[in-house]
Design a protein around this ligand. Structure first.
Ligand code: AMP
Ligand code: MG
Length: 409
């Protein structure tokens, strides 16, 4: 039987029962968009030596108070080891990135000099340390550059590279299995027949997981009978997260919760006071967490955003946030009171967020209505009417599905 717990309880049961996955060591670039599981520390000073910041001449700045011509005794290129001592009245030609030769304490830019054979005329006075990056000025040996828990974006990856890290520790990404259920469900490409419905749910879930670079196993479609469900469910329970769609409601052929329990899945809850998505099932068998989403496509989308995305984030060491924002309605809104509702909207940012409920939305089967939407407005179950300009909460989901800039006027 389906109970009904409040949305907030369902959310906290999910993020409380799911734990971060163990860490693993991966190639630096494979860590992109993962969470760092160990500090990244400098193994040496940066820069590792006093370094020229310019192409020019390494000089003893004090010499230039009494003379403006110096004898050039050689050349230093970046990356080539060559030892020079700059004595009084001397200079060394130096390139950006080369170590400063001993004796010298500043670099004169090439633009501020004139070459006269071996002798270099310096056209401007210079301060000690001018155009020199001092050893350790950016980072000292053993300093922590990135702490455990940091999200590895391109900059963080390049920072780890700058310290010579070829491998890094991250929290492992979950392996996810996906199963569609329903006697009437067929795959795109198959011949449509009376009463058949093309499987769109699996393609939504797989696409989002692909954008998130999360590995998945697609288990296809199971018919609403115990035998087919059993073998696919056994397969799905081998992953970290198992997502089923369809078959969790109270119909005579909604067998998913029963077969899950036959295979050792413990129910954590079944039923949430939300619309759409009321019969959502959540449970686990040991380390495998299981979501059974009702089959209607909008319920699957909402279920993914509200529950599965936070669950995946938690597993990967990220903060399980819902990204709830506030905006103002651009039109009157009516609903039938009952459960907390997630209604598709188009949100546009113009100083603040302007929220337009999608017209002619026909409910959770109406996937086509989502084409113009980029968010779901959240309204309490007690509400029957909200006037234009009322402040409302909504979830913007463009990032999750790879949308860009649809929300700018
Ligand atoms: P159910 O939750 O099994 O009662 O399914 C509810 C509705 O969602 C039914 O109209 C199904 O045909 C539809 N549905 C179930 N699974 C899918 C799917 N994979 N893709 C698209 N629609 C589905
Ligand atoms: Mg069904």
């Amino acid at each position: 039987l389906i109970g009904m717990i409040p949305f907030e309880d369902a959310f906290s049961k999910i993020v409380d029962s799911i734990k971060r996955l163990p860490l693993e060591k991966v190639d630096l670039l494979s860590g992109l968009d993962c969470v760092l599981a160990g500090d990244i520390k400098a193994g040496f000073d940066i820069p590792p030596f006093d370094k020229s910041a310019m192409d020019g001449y390494a000089v003893r700045s004090e010499d230039l108070s009494s003379q403006n011509e110096l004898l050039c005794i050689g050349e230093l290129q970046a990356g080539i080891f060559q030892k020079f001592v700059v004595n009084k009245g001397e200079c060394v030609r130096i390139m950006t990135g080369s170590p400063l030769p001993s004796g010298a304490d500043a670099v004169v830019m090439k633009e501020d000099t004139e070459k006269k054979g071996e002798r270099i005329r310096i056209l401007k006075p210079i301060r000690p340390l001018a155009n020199v990056c001092s050893k350790g000025e950016d980072l000292q040996k053993r300093d922590t550059l990135l702490s455990r828990g940091s999200l590895l974006r391109p900059l963080e990856i390049s920072l780890a590279a700058s310290l010579g890290y070829a491998k890094i520790k991250i929290y492992r990404k979950p392996g996810v299995s996906i199963l569609a259920t329903g006697n009437e469900i067929i795959e795109p490409g198959e011949a449509i027949g009376f009463g058949k419905i093309f499987n769109s749910n699996s393609y939504l879930l797989i696409s989002i997981l692909s954008l998130m670079k999360i590995p998945y196993t697609y288990l296809g479609i199971a018919k609403d009978n115990e035998d087919e469900l059993r073998s696919k469910i056994e397969e799905g329970l081998k992953s970290d997260l198992f997502i089923l769609s369809g078959g969790v409601s109270v119909g005579d052929y909604d067998l998913v919760p029963k077969v899950l329990s036959m295979y050792g899945v413990k129910k954590i809850f079944h039923g949430i006071s939300i619309k759409p998505g009321k019969p959502v099932f959540f449970g686990n068998k040991e380390r495998c967490f299981v979501f059974g989403l009702p089959g209607n496509p909008v319920s699957v989308f909402v279920g993914f955003l509200l529950f599965i995305k936070p669950a995946l984030d938690k597993m990967m060491g990220k903060k399980p946030n819902l990204n709830i924002q506030r905006g103002r309605l651009t039109a009157d809104y009516h609903q039938k009171p009952g459960r907390k509702q997630f209604f598709p909207v188009k949100a546009i940012f113009n100083e603040g967020w302007l929220i337009t409920p999608i017209k002619d939305y026909h409910g959770s089967a109406d996937l086509a209505s989502l084409k113009e939407a980029n968010g779901f407005m959240i309204t309490g179950g007690e509400i029957s009417h909200l006037p234009k300009d009322a402040e409302v909460e909504f979830i913007l989901y463009r990032k999750e599905i790879g949308l860009r800039n649809l929300d700018r006027p």
